[in-house]
Design a protein around this ligand. Structure first.
Ligand code: PGA
Length: 265
């Protein structure tokens, strides 16, 4: 059986009320096929985590950010322990919209460590800002991965997730191509192998996939029900799933993403 896909709804700072968050959750839950080879995660804003959690049947709960200390004088922050306490399973860390507000790789690294400490699965978001040549793109991804995963072993990160999100494709309606995503996937696998010093000879198996790297790698950036399938198909992007922003605010569109991903896997 094919590897389980991971599809995450990143609601960002939406919707504006608990009632709307609950209604969206119910509709998404209803639209998720009963037997699915996909793990679905819903990441609402902090105030909706608890109500949304109470409505989840087939999906898991995700957060969009966390602080790296478990308690203390940190006005406005939410800790890893608080999220663990309400059964958050996944946490998006280092999203480009947070990096744009000044979140640094050093802070991201601390947050990933905190997530791992509290057994919340980190979803580390990385990606280049503009369309740039492949060699520059590799440099950007390598710099982010080295800093964000500094001091974190392959074993510690074994359940961790990387979301490749080219910033130029986020919220623009202009997604990357599956071929571009595949290139990024291979780059990330190679960088991780180097970072975690897996022997070179295990770099590729005959299908072109890097071996010995089990880290799930997702694509994000203007994914919708129409374009989702090719990102995860073996002959297309070969990604392990998707991080979905705008399209996850519409239940029909988001469950359409899930269905087309399942059918293409
Ligand atoms: P988008 O956002 O699907 O609206 O492009 C993706 C993300 O930012 O995670």
């Amino acid at each position: 059986m094919a590897k389980k896909l991971l599809i995450i709804a990143n609601w960002k700072m939406n919707p504006p009320s608990t009632a709307k968050a609950l209604s969206l959750t119910h509709k998404i839950e209803k639209g998720i096929p009963k037997t699915t080879n996909a793990e679905v995660v819903i990441a609402p804003p902090f105030p909706f985590l608890l109500p949304v959690a109470s409505a989840l049947k087939k999906s898991k709960l995700g957060a969009q950010n966390m602080f790296w200390e478990k308690e203390g004088a940190r006005t406005g922050e939410i800790s890893n322990m608080m999220l663990k306490n309400i059964h958050v399973s996944y946490c998006i860390i280092g999203h480009s919209e947070r990096r744009a507000l000044g979140e640094t790789d050093e802070q991201i690294n601390k947050k990933i460590k905190a997530a791992l400490m509290s057994r919340i699965i980190p979803v580390l978001a990385i990606g280049e800002k503009k369309r740039i040549p492949e060699s520059s793109m590799r440099r950007v991804l390598e710099t982010q991965l080295k800093k964000d995963l500094g001091g974190i072993s392959k074993i510690a990160f074994k359940n961790g997730v990387i979301a490749y999100e080219p910033v130029w494709a986020i919220g623009t309606g202009l997604s990357a191509t599956p071929e571009h995503a595949r290139k990024a996937l291979h780059m990330i696998q190679e960088i991780l192998i180097k970072l975690w010093k897996t022997p070179k000879e295990s770099l590729r198996d005959p299908t072109g996939q890097a071996k010995n790297v089990r880290t799930r790698i997702l694509y994000g950036g203007s994914v919708n029900a129409k374009n989702a399938g090719p990102f995860v198909s073996k002959k297309g992007g070969g990604m392990d799933g998707m991080l979905v922003g705008g399209a996850s605010l519409n239940a029909k569109e988001f469950t359409g993403v899930i269905k087309s991903a399942i059918n293409s896997n």
